[in-house]
Design a protein around this ligand. Structure first.
Ligand code: BGC
Length: 333
């Protein structure tokens, strides 16, 4: 799936625009012109009825249709990802997110996938589904909350191990009712870190990819993020031999697992927060890209044009050059 990017912080905000980004056609086209794969995070859970049926809000779904079709028109791969279902993983609700009864959070996920899959059944195979971003087990080295989220699932609500294996199998079965062959991505618990692979049990299915994320070294990539209290200290640099070794070990764990399981990998997120020193961010981007590509793993940078680690500066209409170069993306096409 080559070089890719996340169109994050738009449709995964509680409402599109809440986090300062809307997916305008020109922005979508820029992403598809330069990247072979675009991962599209969507917060379906906040655009559906709060009951177990989770009936999709048709206006929102049409908005997602339009974005998906524009992305597909670019000719590359599109990963449609269920993102920030905070209440399913025991996280704190974000502003503008409505409350859901805990008793129905899992049924809602399955029902959402049944509807999403039926809706997109006739789209080309270049559209892939990703069941859930970063299910969170008991691990404390959290890599992925949005502004305002707490970093740790509430007691007893973590989505890891057998609970996640069971739910992923149910959601996959709902997808397979209408999409027998579409490629589906499933990631390990522990925020999709390769550490979680030891607990992942996939249903027998010939059309799966395992999604992993990498924010190692975490103290470097997440320095200064406001949702992590106390703040991780600023001024951390990257990448020395020990830092590279940490990354290599994680990717080697993943490739060994992948070979044994016979299931390919995709690195769906990596990035370094904008408060980190730029030279180090570029070195980090280059390091992860090189290590992934050396193992033939397709990747997607987090993210294209918003808060965490944009490679495109939407306010200036220009690339963030050091990151663009480090990711090996051609400036013009
Ligand atoms: C989350 C973002 C976060 C990023 C890095 C993503 O999975 O959705 O909100 O900025 O990880 O932590």
């Amino acid at each position: 799936m080559g070089r890719g990017v996340n169109l994050g912080n738009a449709l995964d905000a509680p409402r599109e625009g809440d986090w300062g980004l809307r997916l305008e056609p020109a922005l979508i086209d820029r992403a598809t012109r330069h990247f072979q794969t675009v991962r599209l995070p969507v917060r379906w859970s906040n655009h559906a009825s709060p009951d177990a049926q989770a009936r999709l809000d048709e206006t929102f779904a049409r908005r997602v249709d339009a974005v998906i079709d524009r992305l597909l028109a670019g000719g590359g791969f599109v990963i449609l990802d269920m993102h920030h279902y905070t209440q399913l993983v025991g996280g704190a609700r974000h502003p503008n997110e409505f409350a859901v009864d805990r008793a129905v959070v899992e049924a809602r996920m399955v029902s959402l996938w049944r509807q999403i899959a039926a809706r997109y059944r006739d789209r080309p195979p270049r559209l892939l589904f990703e069941l859930l971003n970063e299910p969170q087990g008991e691990a404390r080295d959290a890599s992925g909350q949005a502004p305002g989220a707490t970093s740790v699932p509430a007691a007893g609500q973590a989505l890891g191990g057998e609970r996640w294996n069971r739910l992923a199998a149910q959601a996959l079965a709902a997808v397979r009712e209408t999409n027998p062959d579409r490629v589906v991505l499933i990631g390990p618990d522990d925020w999709n870190h390769p550490r979680g692979l030891a607990r992942l049990r996939l249903p027998p299915d010939r059309h799966l990819i395992v999604a992993i994320h990498s924010y190692d070294p975490f103290g470097f990539t997440h320095q200064g993020v406001p949702w992590r209290q106390p703040l991780l200290p600023l001024g951390q640099t990257c990448c020395d031999e020990a830092q590279r070794r940490t990354l290599r070990q994680a990717l080697d764990t993943a490739t060994a697992w992948s070979r044994t399981a016979g299931v390919p990998l995709h690195l769906g997120e990596f990035g370094a927060y904008r408060e980190a020193p730029m030279e180090s961010r570029a070195a980090y981007a280059r390091m992860v890209r090189e290590e992934a590509e050396a193992r033939s793993i397709g990747w997607a940078w987090w993210e294209f044009a918003s808060d965490f680690s944009p490679v495109w500066d939407a306010s200036k209409g220009q690339w963030v050059e050091p990151l663009r170069r480090a990711l090996g993306i051609a400036a013009e096409r």
